[in-house]
Design a protein around this ligand. Structure first.
Ligand code: HEM
Ligand code: HEM
Length: 180
């Protein structure tokens, strides 16, 4: 008998997450010299993001933007609590994680958009399009690494394997101090 757990991440959020991670990795690894695959991986990421935006509006409660987008005050307070080692455990995304998710979604959408623009005749030879695409791709890589570090940090702080939770969908049932 393990600890009591509850269902948090629905199957589509989990499928979205790991498909997005793979698309991003493939887009990165093929950017230099495998142009077709690079473009397909980028389009796959764009399609996944379009799905996630809809799911954030109509999906189950933990998937909804409304459940994890908090006010700037709440986010700042959470950062302060993290610095003091006393941030509370959230069953859904915590307030700082919520900010990261929006940054990842908006940033990847902009990366895919500028990549697509680069392939259009209308922007042929327009340098800022290519430059913006590359800068955005680099910023996204940095954000992804911070994202993974944040996941590791929260997993250690709350003694809970969040990677496993994103795979199987379940998390430890909320205790009295946790925010459901
Ligand atoms: C090995 C690499 C990765 C691991 C281990 C990982 C792990 C996780 C975990 C555990 C969560 C849930 C966080 C929570 O409990 O609040 C999460 C959420 C998320 N991650 Fe990752 N991640 C990885 C790579 C990526 C990449 C490459 C991207 C984007 C390019 C990404 C984008 C996201 C997004 C958008 C969410 C929010 C999920 C949702 O509600 O739809 N992750 N990730
Ligand atoms: C998640 C999405 C994407 C990421 C992370 C990404 C990443 C990158 C990176 C890092 C480069 C620079 C390669 C270099 O140093 O030469 C690049 C170049 C490029 N990307 Fe993307 N990309 C994405 C989506 C797309 C999409 C959707 C398209 C087009 C449909 C696209 C088209 C291109 C093209 C044409 C180049 C080559 C620019 C050149 O020749 O210098 N990318 N991308």
């Amino acid at each position: 008998m393990g600890e009591p757990s509850i269902k948090v991440w629905d199957p589509l959020v989990r499928l979205f997450h790991w498909s997005l991670a793979v698309s991003f990795a493939v887009a990165w690894l093929t950017a230099e010299d495998w142009r077709d695959l690079h473009e397909w991986a980028g389009y796959a990421a764009a399609a996944l993001i379009a799905f996630r935006i809809v799911w954030g509006l109509v999906g189950p409660s933990y998937a909804r933007f409304g459940s994890f987008l908090r006010s700037p005050v709440t986010v700042a307070r959470y950062l302060g609590d993290m610095a003091r080692g006393r941030e509370r455990r959230y069953i859904g995304h915590n307030p700082v994680g919520g900010v990261m998710i929006i940054a990842l979604i908006v940033g990847l959408a902009a990366t895919a958009l500028t990549g697509w623009m680069y392939t259009l005749d209308a922007f042929w030879g327009v340098e800022w399009v290519e430059e913006t695409h590359e800068v955005l791709a680099n910023v996204m890589l940095a954000l992804v690494l911070i994202h993974i570090a944040g996941v590791a940090f929260a997993s250690l702080r709350h003694r809970e394997n969040l990677v496993r939770a994103m795979l199987v969908g379940r998390k430890r049932a909320p205790g009295r101090a946790d925010i459901a």
